[in-house]
Design a protein around this ligand. Sequence first.
Ligand code: NCD
Length: 336
Amino acid sequence: MKHLVHINDFSVQELTELIKVGEDISVNTAKYSDVMKGRILATLFFEPSTRTRLSFESAMLRLGGSVVGFSEASNSSVAKGETIEDTVLTVEQYADVIAMRHPVVGSAERASQVLTIPLINGGDGGNQHPTQTLTDLLTIQKEKGTLHGLKIAMIGDLKHGRTVHSLTNAMSRFDNNKFMFVSPKELRMPDEIKNTLDADMYTEHESIESVIAEADVIYMTRIQRERFEDQAEYERLKDVFVLDTKKMQNAKDNAIVMHPLPRVNEIHPSVDKDPRAKYFKQAQNGMFIRMALIMKLVFETCEQNFTDDLIGGDNFAINENIKNSSRVSYERVAVN
Ligand code: NCD
C-alpha cells in the first residue's frame, strides 16, 4: 500500500511525475472533473487547518469525488478516548483515501501501519508536512521553470516548522540546490535535517539582510507559537524577522517570495503587491497538486499506472479504466 507519510516516500521520479500532472491539472482542470466519481476522501484533522483541509476537500470535489471528515478532535470519538489506530481502521470502512493532520510527531506513521487504503500525512506535529512540500515544488517549478540549481533562503522558525523540514528533504534530492537557513540561534534547522546534507549545501545566518540579494527563492515561515514550551521565549522571538518592501529592494528581480501561510507578522502586507510575492498562488497550487496526489494514490491502489494516457490527448483515457475497476473497499471485501 502506497502512503505519503514522509516526503522521501516518493522518489525524485515520482515527484517529477506528480509535478508534471499538477501543472497539467492547473491548465486543464476540467479534464479531470469526474476522475474520482464515486470515491470518498476522509479528512481527519486533529489540529487546526485552513489551507490544507480546504485544499484537500476542494481537490477531491474538483475530481468529482466526495468528502467526509472532521476538523477538530473534539468532534470525533477521540474525545471519548479512542486510539488513532481504531479511528483510522473505522474510517477506512467508509473511504477510499484518508488525509490526516495530528499534533503528535509520528502519528501518521502509526496510522499508515494499520491501514489498507492510502494515508496522506497532512502534518504530524513539528515533523513533516509532505503535501505542503508538493505544493512548494509545483510553485517553484511553475515560477522558476526548474527545481535544480537554486539558492533557497528559508527564514523563520526552522526548528519547529515542519514545512521547511520536508522542503529541505525534497529540494536536496534535486541537483545543485543550496540552502541558506536564517533563524535565531534558538530556532535553527535541526541537526537531523542538516545531517542529510553535504556541508557545502547549506549555510546558517541570523539576518534576512545577509542572504536576500543571493536568494532565488525566499521562503518565509511563521514562528510556531503552539510548539513553544516557554511562551516568554515565543514573545521574545516572534517578530525577529519581518520581510518588508525595503528589504525586497535588495532581492533579485526574478526571485520569488513564498510562505506556506498562515502569516502572522513575518511578511508586511505591503509586500503582497510586489509581483515577486507568490504565496497566494502557492495556496492555489496546493489544490492542484493534491488533485494529482489523490489520483496517484487511488489509481495505484487499483494497480493503474498513474501517468499512462494522463497528459496529452483531449480525453482522459484512464478515466474509463478507473470507472470500470471495482472500488478499493469492494476489492478488499472480495479477498477477505
Ligand atoms: C503550515 C503548517 O501547518 O505547518 N501551514 C500550512 O499547512 N499551510 C505552516 C504553519 O502553520 O506555519
